[in-house]
Design a protein around this ligand. Structure first.
Ligand code: F6P
Length: 550
């Protein structure tokens, strides 16, 4: 049934059309011209949020562009939807759920009601339970089945139950307890678990089974394999599970069914989306690594950006700004992807984490009313740590034919314990700044000629420039700064979903593959007939069976 409250289609709003007209006028305006025309541009187009400085002066925007984009945000009700999210309204419409990852970082005195219950109380109870458990494991007080302290922690989960803690563990490695080993297993390929545990001792290993639903086939299969590895290794019966397995889940029934005592379960709730969950119980492995105090510092970082997103005026609202820039490039420059390029080894998993956050949230093609959209939604998010990328794919960024906006992320101070033996950090950051400059301003044919380059070589050595970047700079990668960065991107994704009028909080797109895998599996194992299997897949299954000697 048609929703009478449905808002006008995005591409039929006057604000969208005004942007289209502005884009035509903008034409090929070059960043060189924009900087030449405004000596204050760098200063005016820099925004501060907490410890993060965002320089967006190298974006293809003018004051008029920014005003038109903010008009679009106002017309599409971004602020209203934001307030509804923070309030706990059920804005995840296809699952009829509240979207309250922001409640995970509220202070205990706050009150947020969902279905008549103050969810903040539960959040703090679980945080306390996690802290007590972390302290016991970290101090060696928690003993395994044979009475030895825990030395290794293996998180078993996938998607949001893996990427967040794995990314944050890597990012905050200098803050981790170095006498504990941490491993993250996600792939149902047995190689993943095998490599994770092959040098571990079952007597001193703790498994964390992380699954919101506790029905995800990859995780449950890996958890069963982990249990077998442990019990075989200890030559023990099921009673050993209690000291070596804990669960992070919303589903107590399934946890108990698996054989984990629900006393060893750390709870979270259906209003926490998987990809928004590593500051919930899903972050237990991270808390074990960095300790409860550092974990709380990280939560404070998240909170700081939540407050900023709620209260900063549109002109100075960093997540709003980042979201709007993506809408501008996707909608009016036909940009298909967005690169996130951290100049930090510790941030090596950050972009992979953002892929789920962004692409699972905004990879949608019908609007909230169920109509096909006729505008671009979420981009392909990609990237790796910067300097490595420079010697691999940056060629395409500089001289290829594609429009790829990018974020360059860096930190002023190296991690103290590294010692910065040969001044690597300045070199690392010089690369970041140089890339932003080269991407924006390029190198003209005249400049190349002036270097005495032979005429036929000039086109090959010319850089068009005008590739937009935002530089995000902080003093140091601390737990709080990591929380700030993640919240910044969470809210950026939110802004874009709100403008595109899609439900950023469901993920039905992953269901079909899951259902089909379940149907195909008996064909592989038993040669069962799968009704309706297409000719190509049928032949591949037959070939697979032959190769397995079945
Ligand atoms: O299949 C996609 C997904 O539902 C993600 O959204 C989620 O993060 C992941 O699977 C893991 O789900 P769970 O935590 O329930 O095992």
């Amino acid at each position: 049934m048609a929703d009478t409250n449905a808002r006008p289609r995005l591409d039929q709003t006057p604000q969208w059309n005004a942007l289209g007209k502005h884009r035509e006028e903008f034409g090929d305006t070059h960043l060189r011209e924009l900087f030449a025309a405004d000596p204050e541009r760098a200063e005016r187009y820099t925004v501060q949020v907490g410890d993060l400085t965002l320089d967006y002066s190298k974006q293809l925007v003018t004051d008029e562009t920014l005003q038109l984009l903010r008009d679009l945000a106002a017309a599409t009700g971004v602020a209203e939807l934001r307030d509804a999210m923070f309030r706990g309204d059920k804005i995840n419409i296809t699952e009829n759920r509240a979207v309250l990852h922001t409640a995970l970082r509220t202070q205990s005195a706050e009150v947020i009601d969902v279905d008549g219950e103050n969810v903040v109380e539960g959040v703090h109870q679980v945080l306390t339970k996690m802290s007590t458990f972390s302290d016991r494991v970290r101090s060696g007080e928690w003993k395994g089945h044979t009475g030895k302290a825990i030395k290794a922690v293996v998180n078993v989960g996938i998607g949001g139950s893996d990427l967040g803690p794995a990314m944050a563990y890597e990012a905050l490695r200098p803050y981790t307890a170095r006498d504990l080993t941490f491993r993250f297993v996600s792939n149902v390929d047995g190689a993943d678990l095998h490599e994770a545990v092959r040098d571990l001792d079952p007597e001193t290993t703790l498994f964390i089974i992380a699954s919101k639903t506790f029905t995800t086939i990859e995780t449950i299969t890996n958890a069963k394999a982990a249990k077998k590895w442990l019990l075989d290794g200890l030559a023990a019966d099921e009673s050993a599970v209690a000291k070596h397995f804990v669960a992070l889940s919303t589903n107590g029934e399934k946890v108990a069914e698996f054989g984990i005592d629900t006393a060893n379960m750390f709870e979270f709730w259906d209003w926490v989306g998987g990809r928004y969950s590593f500051d919930s119980a899903i972050g237990l492995s991270l808390m074990l690594a960095i300790g409860p105090d550092r974990f709380r510092e990280m939560l404070a970082g998240f909170r700081l950006v939540d407050e900023h997103f709620k209260t900063a005026p549109p002109e100075a609202n960093a997540p709003l700004l980042l979201g709007l820039l993506g809408v501008w490039y996707g909608g009016f420059f036909d940009a298909q992807s967005h690169a996130v390029l951290p100049y930090s080894h510790y941030m090596s998993k950050f972009t992979a984490y953002l892929q789920q956050l962004d692409m699972e949230s905004n990879g949608k093609s019908v609007d909230r009313e169920g109509n096909p959209v006729s505008w671009q939604t979420g981009p392909v998010v990609w990237g790796t740590p910067g300097t490595n990328g420079q010697h691999a794919y940056y060629q395409l960024l500089h001289q290829g034919t594609k429009m790829i906006p990018a974020d360059l992320i860096g930190f002023a101070r190296p991690i103290a314990e590294l010692g910065d033996l040969a001044g690597q950090h300045d070199l690392l950051m010089a690369n970041l700044f140089a890339q932003g400059q080269a991407l924006a301003f390029g190198k003209t044919a005249e400049e190349v000629e002036a270097e005495g380059v032979a005429a036929e070589q000039v086109p090959h050595r010319t850089f068009r420039g005008n590739h937009p970047t935002t530089t995000i700079l902080a003093a140091e990668l601390t737990p709080s700064v990591l929380g700030q960065l993640v919240a910044l991107y969470e809210h950026k994704v939110f802004v874009q979903g709100a403008i595109w009028n899609i439900d950023s909080f469901d993920q039905w797109g992953v269901e079909l593959g899951k259902v089909l895998a379940k149907r195909v599996e008996p064909a592989l194992t038993e040669g069962a007939e799968v009704p309706g299997l297409d000719a190509s897949t049928s032949a591949l299954v037959a070939r697979y069976r032959a190769l397995r000697g079945r």
